[in-house]
Design a protein around this ligand. Structure first.
Ligand code: CP
Length: 317
């Protein structure tokens, strides 16, 4: 693992190793995450070209808990506003001896581009690229499910809402399939479902109550309005009427079904406040587990990058 760009093609053994490593960073029975020296002497640089609350701050915390030096570039106040390109921005940060970049960008494929063409010797972690992938969110969602449900073998998981524009949905579907979840459902209107869903082995529902029947886990998603063409924005009231997760609709799922959401939540649009704050909600647990998962991904990717550097060195000698 030299970069962490997508969950596509990663084997079950590797995803399980990430979950086990993340688990090892969590203190038993508490929300605390251990501090360890695994990245002492390394520099992690967060470069977010799109807004973020959870991903950026939990990557910062994760790097600090691994004892790394951490820089967070505020792109909106950086020299990108004076016309400096992504290429030049990253090359300058690389010149400051950054070992890892955590990157978020509005363009799908941006993280792959950086890993391949801009700075292949720096480990690139994808913090979300367009509608393509959000692999650490996918893994923290899997850790949340595993810690509350044990394993994936007999689970029904429903992902509800704007699947079309959601990088989280894509990463969750890939992870669930790889980890052996036998019943993955996606629920939404035809206009918010992408083509090619069959590759993920999912069942598609357009009716919320039908799709939620007897599920163990519900992942709700917000309408990604920033990725929609203005003429195609669905009405928020209509969306809530048909697809909003209310207390009444939650009763259709199993009584101990988990309610998840990657955040930010839009109360009264995709989820009722009583559900978001209710006893089945694990939305804030997801945030906590995000620190541990990001610690696992940062430390495992740095190990892979170190091994590659060692190999390159030996080849040159
Ligand atoms: N889940 C998530 O990516 O949240 P942020 O946009 O706040 O990072």
């Amino acid at each position: 693992l030299r970069h962490f760009l997508s969950l596509d093609g990663l084997p079950c053994t590797l995803l399980t190793e990430i979950l086990d490593t993340a688990d090892s960073f969590l203190e038993v029975g508490s929300r605390a995450v251990k501090k360890v020296p695994l990245l002492r002497g390394k520099t992690v640089c967060n470069v977010f070209f799109e807004n973020s609350t959870r991903t950026r701050t939990t990557f910062e915390l994760a790097a600090q808990r691994l004892s790394a030096d951490v820089i967070t570039l505020n792109v909106s106040t950086s020299s990108a506003s004076k016309g400096e390109t992504l290429f030049d921005t990253l090359r300058n940060l690389e010149a400051m001896a950054a070992d890892m970049f955590v990157v978020r960008h509005a363009e799908s494929g941006a993280a792959h581009f950086m890993a391949e063409f801009v700075c292949p010797d720096v480990a690139i972690i994808n913090g979300g690229d367009g509608r393509h992938a959000h692999p650490t969110q996918g893994m923290l969602d899997m850790l949340t499910i595993r810690r509350h449900k044990g394993d994936f073998k007999n689970l029904s998981v429903a992902i509800v809402g704007d699947i079309l524009h959601s990088r989280v949905a894509r990463s969750d579907m890939l992870a669930l399939k790889t980890l052996g979840c036998p019943d993955i459902r996606v629920i939404g209107p035809k206009t918010l479902l992408p083509a090619g869903l069959e590759q993920y082995g999912v069942r598609v529902f357009h009716n919320l109550e039908e799709g939620l029947r007897d599920v163990d886990v519900i992942v709700t998603l917000r309408l990604q309005r920033e990725r929609m063409q203005s003429g195609l924005l669905p009405s928020q009231g209509e969306f809530y009427r048909l697809y909003g997760l209310t207390s009444e609709r939650l009763k259709v799922a199993k009584p101990d079904a988990l309610v998840m959401h990657p955040g930010p939540i839009n109360r009264g649009i995709e989820i009722e406040s009583a559900v978001a704050d209710g006893k089945q909600s694990v939305i804030l647990n997801q945030v906590t587990y995000g620190i541990a998962v990001r610690m696992a991904v940062l430390s495992m990717t740095m190990s892979g990058q170190n091994a590659q550097r060692q190999l390159n060195q030996e080849t040159r000698e």
